[in-house]
Design a binder for this molecule. Structure first.
Ligand code: ARG
Ligand code: ZN
Length: 467
């Protein structure tokens, strides 16, 4: 998230350009010809992800030395082939590989742009494993908005980005349709922290290197992985029997706004739980980084990363915490089935800002809706904004308007039942807009297609719903 809705309304910035590039037809992801496709079939990003297999688990071991910018990695992947495969791809931005095995047998690997093409010694069927050793200087990825991928910072590094970033530091099937569990062991020079997703599994130090272990046991989309290395002030404990770990770059003043916002993480998560249903993961957290190149916050699973611009003395920054924590339900636990459905993440996370402002600052949701409804530019369709607009006001603010239009139409009772049914039934899975429309109709008993058509796909201001 980049700016609060309130800030955008105040600045009168509710316009977005209509610039949807033409769609590229997707390649067959099936692997039916024995060759895994180079993309998973996303209409917006045809080369993201790969076809022919599904990853179950990534075991990642990485050593990084900020002094030389050298990363040495080993990834062990367990996957299932959809059909017999004699060749398949992983997404990887090109750190040289030294050893690649499939099912323990040496395989050949060839780097072609951002794809690592792997030819196993023997065709793979059913369950298989891939191990890859690699080393080099990791690079950022030119993402659709701002920097993504690996960033070398003053004191370490930050791996972060949406809609892709993971392929800058490990070989991966980089699309939200292929969620997997993760184990990470990150070695950094003693004295630095190495923060990542999920449950902290302890640290050990030998020969001047400290290894930090993390485990994410709930399925996670690859763009939700993060690695933050550097000098951090860490606060850890437990909340509702789950580990909570927050970290703030040591350069922020101790006890300042960043620390104060992170300290409210559990409180915000507990409030959202009353609105959305049970918190979906086994740990809580957040990381505030100091590098100004991170101009956004991202809902990295169980431990969102916040750029420095959100924390200015005297300003309320808990709205961004509410936004990123709302994504733990909307986006992380229930993940989109393709990037055109991004409003299912951002519309609900933006709506959570309104819910939190009502709870924390007594600003009614209705008044926030009214302000945005009045100023909205309706030219970009929320439900299919085009790849250049996935982070636009059409997705965030018009997405939130759509959520509230649903609430006005079905009433509070059915509305909160819908939200809880969605996060409950779709937990740890993937879903698309049509799934949300059918679930809303089922739970409310109302015909809602015309409503969603107007609010998500129309290009003019829809009339206010009548309850
Ligand atoms: N999903 C993030 C959020 O709304 C936004 C990420 C924007 N990405 C970027 N590369 N600027 O919280
Ligand atoms: Zn967001």
């Amino acid at each position: 998230v980049r700016k609060s809705i309130a800030a955008v309304v105040a600045a009168g910035l509710l316009t977005t350009a209509c610039t949807s590039p033409p769609r590229t037809p997707s390649v067959s992801p099936s692997g039916a010809d024995g060759i895994g496709a180079e993309g998973i079939g996303d209409p917006y990003f045809p080369r993201y992800g790969n076809g022919g297999y599904d990853v179950g688990h990534y075991g990642i071991q990485v050593r990084y030395d900020p002094a030389t910018d050298q990363l040495t990695g080993r990834v062990a992947i367990t996957a299932v082939a959809a059909a017999p495969l004699r060749r398949f791809n992983l997404d990887f931005t090109g750190l040289p590989t030294s050893k690649v095995t499939v099912n323990g047998q040496p395989a050949t690997a060839q780097q072609q742009e951002s794809e690592l093409v792997i030819t196993p010694a023997a065709e793979v069927t059913g369950d298989f494993t891939v191990e890859i050793d690699y080393a080099g200087v990791p690079q950022p990825i030119k993402a659709i908005l701002g920097d993504g991928g690996w960033l070398h910072t003053d004191d370490g590094a930050i791996a972060l980005g949406q809609p892709e970033s993971a392929s800058s530091w490990f070989p991966v099937n980089d699309h939200p349709l292929d969620k997997a569990t993760y184990d990470l062991a990150i070695s950094v020079p003693e004295g630095l922290a190495a923060l990542s997703n999920g449950t902290p599994e302890g640290t050990s130090t030998a020969d001047g290197w400290t290894t930090w272990r993390w485990a994410e046991r709930a399925p996670m989309a690859p763009y939700l992985t993060t690695l933050v290395i550097g000098d951090y002030r860490i606060t850890s404990g437990s909340h509702r029997n789950r580990p909570i770990l927050t970290a703030v770059a040591a350069s922020f003043p101790e006890g300042g706004d960043a620390d104060a916002a992170m300290a409210r993480t559990a409180e915000v998560a507990d409030f959202l739980e009353t609105q959305f249903g049970p918190y979906p993961f086994e740990s809580y957290g957040g990381v505030v980084v100091a590098d100004p190149r991170i101009s956004y916050a991202l809902e990295t699973q169980s431990r969102p990363v916040y750029g420095p611009s959100f924390f200015r003395a005297g300003s309320d920054s808990t709205w961004v915490v509410a936004h990123e924590l709302a994504h733990q339900w909307f986006g992380d636990s229930v993940s989109i089935g393709g990037w055109q459905h991004i409003w299912l993440n951002e519309g609900f996370a933006s709506y959570a800002e309104w819910l939190w402002a009502e709870k924390d600052r007594k600003i009614s949701v209705q008044s926030q809706f009214d302000d945005v409804y009045r100023l909205m530019d309706w030219t970009v369709p929320t439900g299919d904004p085009g790849p250049a607009n996935i982070f636009s006001g059409a997705v965030y603010r018009r997405g939130a308007l759509t959520v509230h239009a649903l609430r006005l139409t079905v009433g509070d009772d059915a509305f909160f039942k819908i939200l809880k049914a969605w996060t409950g039934e779709r937990r740890n899975g993937n879903a698309v807009t049509a799934d949300f429309v059918s679930l809303s109709e089922r739970v409310s008993g109302k015909s809602l297609r015309p409503l969603f058509d107007a609010w998500l796909f129309g290009t003019t201001q829809p009339p206010l719903p009548k309850p």
